[in-house]
Design a protein around this ligand. Sequence first.
Ligand code: PEP
Ligand code: MN
Length: 355
Amino acid sequence: MDVQPIFPGKAAPFVIAGPCSAESREQVLEAARRLSLLPSVTAFRAGVWKPRTHPGGFEGHGEEALEWLRQAKAETGLPVATEVATASHVEACLRAGIDILWLGARTSGNPFAVQEIADALRGTDVAVLIKNPISPDLELWAGAIERIYGAGIRRIAAVHRGFSTFGGTSQYRNAPLWTIPLQLSVRYPELPVIHDPSHVGGRRDLIEPLARQALDTGFSGLIIESHCHPDEALSDAAQQITPERLGDILGNVIGRRSSQPTPHLEKLRAEIDAVDSELLDVLARRMAISRNIGEYKRNESMSVLQATRFNDLIADRCKRGSNLGLSDKFLRTVFNAIHDESVATQLRIIDNPSE
Ligand code: PEP
Ligand code: MN
């Protein structure tokens, strides 16, 4: 992939910051001015067409707000970015001189919409960011990137904003599933991947730890929502932070970084870290089911230990695990340990009816 820099002459990490939505001229200009005082901020963002899950929410001011972005750029010198979802959005942005367009998560999973946008982009050299689709589907994300690249766009980057998963996740608004962006960057090593801690975390207090993890992992930059009066924001209020708070966070996560890590080893280690956090989530989910089983057995006065069930389970897991290239010894150790913990959990529930 022949990828050209989004920000020529600027070194990573890039930081794109600004409110979730452009709400008024004054709100846009105040945010842009205050953000432009932060040396690490590379570009200003604000959504003008807002895709809302339910009707009735604030859907953005549309084309008239592009003029506010243009003005923010003229005053601060920061390149400006907004979301596009249709060919007519692209045309309006090109007319207004918007520097960076992004495809949102609800668009990048729809190949018809992505192709329509790609066709509208053909022949321009505007920069384009492609957010991961809502669903945890690497191929759909890669396909959207290929369509934009196929239209001749070379200044591109991917944005990792987390994924919707069945049943949600306890901690995050959108599950990070770090292995997916890591696999994307293994497939396209030249493609910058930017992390969006605002939409992954959905909460102000998660911005810093997520941003730090992303930079430690080797991501090329961050896109972070920042609003001068976060509690009054018309969209995504819970995850927006003031420009000054953003400045503190960037000082903490970028300021302390040493310049040259060993990229390949870092990537592989990051992949291991990501798989381990998935493993931990899976183990926690399995133990939660054991607790439900314990409660059921207690209510039905059944015994905890049911040896035939365990023997069948171990035989099945060893067979399936060995088909995946895992050793019998390893599988027995792991499943015995899991089973021991599950039995202990169930016994605790039976012995402590109040739990
Ligand atoms: C946004 O960046 O404000 C946005 C709507 O993001 P996403 O498409 O990731 O939900
Ligand atoms: Mn948002």
